[in-house]
Structures are given as structure tokens and as C-alpha cells.
Write a protein that binds this ligand. Structure first.
Ligand SMILES: Cc1cc2nc3c(=O)[nH]c(=O)nc-3n(C[C@H](O)[C@H](O)[C@H](O)COP(=O)(O)O)c2cc1C
Length: 202
């Protein structure tokens, strides 16, 4: 494992369940892979900008001269996508907000998932260009989403798995702190997540 990319998105600092679990996971990874380079992004402190008109134009540019004239617009996007491409493991941490992820994390995805960079059109289909990597999702929620009646309300884990598989990453494990807003479950939510971390295949 040469490079590990860690993407955090909760703004709740030390109170954040997803951050506490990501901290624990990072400790385990640092012990297992002392030589690895760790790249850490805190999207709540440093949110990537939403794609604007120029960014969309630059991403869609097919004419080489137009692409060249707009290449500076994609500097951050290139950096974020290159970090994914050069990492062996992605750790993506997300709180659940209104059954989805924070928009800062969605903005990061919009910079990373780009035709010709992390996927390409191949015949009638699509080929992911980030193959051979692993990902771990660290998810925190007020309710419980591993079973119905709320499982089908969760757009975080299904979407993240789908978009990662779109760019070629299918080896994905999930760690959860769930039930954070349910008094009977909250006291165990983080320790349950920690047990999952101890059992992860890393
Ligand atoms: C703006 C906002 C929206 C939330 N929406 C949901 C939700 O739709 N479903 C849920 O189960 N919990 C929801 N919660 C609770 C959080 O998922 C919970 O506090 C979780 O621990 C957040 O992750 P964090 O501790 O890493 O910040 C919401 C919290 C906030 C602040």
C-alpha cells in the first residue's frame, strides 16, 4: 500500500462519529502501512467549489484548442482526480444529511468523476479508469439504515458504491456509526463501528 487517500466531510470536529471512526481506522492503517503516504482532505474546512459554467465547459471540451485554453480551470479537479488515481485505498467519510451526503462531498465527486480522466466511454459502455483500488466508506447517521423500514431511504451508501464502481472501484467495505439519534443505540454506535474496523480486511 503506497498511498492512502482520506476524505472527511463532517464539520462536527471531535464530536463527529464519522471522524472518530476515521481516526481509529487511520491509526490502524498507519500501523499496518508505516511507509504509506497519507493524503487527507477535510471537505468541511476546504470545500471544493461547485462546478460552475466554465468548469462544466472545460470538462466537456472536445476540441483540443478549447481544452488547452480552459486547462487552468481544471487544475483543482485534475489534482483531486490524480490523487484518486495514484492512491491504493480511498477512505470516504460521510455524515447522513437529509438521507444524503453533504454537498461538499458531492462536489468532490463531481471534480473526480470525469470522462477521459477516471472513466472513459468504451464502445456502447463505460470503462472505469481507477481499477485495482480499494475503498472504505465510513458512514454516520442518526437512524439505522442497514435494515428496513429506513434502509431504502439511504442514498449515501448505494450512491457511493455505484459511483465508485463506475470509475472501476468495486472492492468496497463499509463502517457505520448508526443510531446516533436513538437514545438506546447511541451509546454503542461508535463502539460497534470500531468493532467493524477491527474486523476489516486491510
Ligand atoms: C443537517 C442534518 C441533517 C441530518 N439528516 C439526517 C437524516 O436524514 N437521517 C439520519 O438518520 N440522520 C440525520 N442527521 C443526523 C446525523 O446523520 C448524525 O448526527 C451523524 O452522527 C452525523 O455524522 P457526524 O457525527 O460524523 O457528523 C442529520 C444531521 C444534520 C446536522
Amino acid at each position: 500500500m503506497k498511498q492512502i487517500l482520506i476524505v472527511e466531510s463532517s464539520p462536527r470536529g471531535a464530536e463527529s462519529a464519522s471522524r472518530q471512526l476515521t481516526g481509529k481506522l487511520t491509526e490502524r492503517l498507519r500501523a499496518l502501512y508505516p511507509e504509506a503516504k497519507f493524503i487527507e482532505h477535510d471537505l468541511s474546512k476546504d470545500p471544493p467549489p461547485h462546478l460552475d459554467r466554465l468548469a462544466v465547459k472545460a470538462i466537456a471540451a472536445k476540441d483540443p484548442a478549447e481544452a488547452e485554453s480552459l486547462k487552468d480551470v481544471l487544475r483543482l479537479s485534475d489534482q483531486l482526480a490524480d490523487e484518486v488515481l495514484s492512491s491504493d485505498l480511498l477512505v470516504i467519510a460521510s455524515p447522513m444529511w437529509n438521507f444524503g451526503m453533504p454537498s461538499s462531498l458531492k462536489a468532490w465527486i463531481d471534480h473526480v468523476v470525469r470522462a477521459g480522466k477516471t472513466f472513459r466511454y468504451a464502445g456502447a459502455g463505460v470503462e472505469g479508469l481507477a481499477q485495482g483500488k480499494k475503498a472504505i466508506l465510513v458512514l454516520a447517521s442518526g437512524g439505522v439504515f442497514t435494515e428496513e423500514p429506513w434502509k431504502s431511504w439511504d442514498t449515501v451508501e448505494p450512491y457511493l458504491r455505484q459511483i465508485l464502481s463506475f470509475i472501476g472501484i468495486t472492492d468496497v467495505q463499509t463502517v457505520r456509526a448508526q443510531g446516533m439519534n436513538i437514545p438506546a443505540l447511541a451509546p454503542h454506535a461508535i463502539s460497534n463501528g470500531e468493532k467493524t474496523i477491527e474486523a476489516l480486511a486491510l
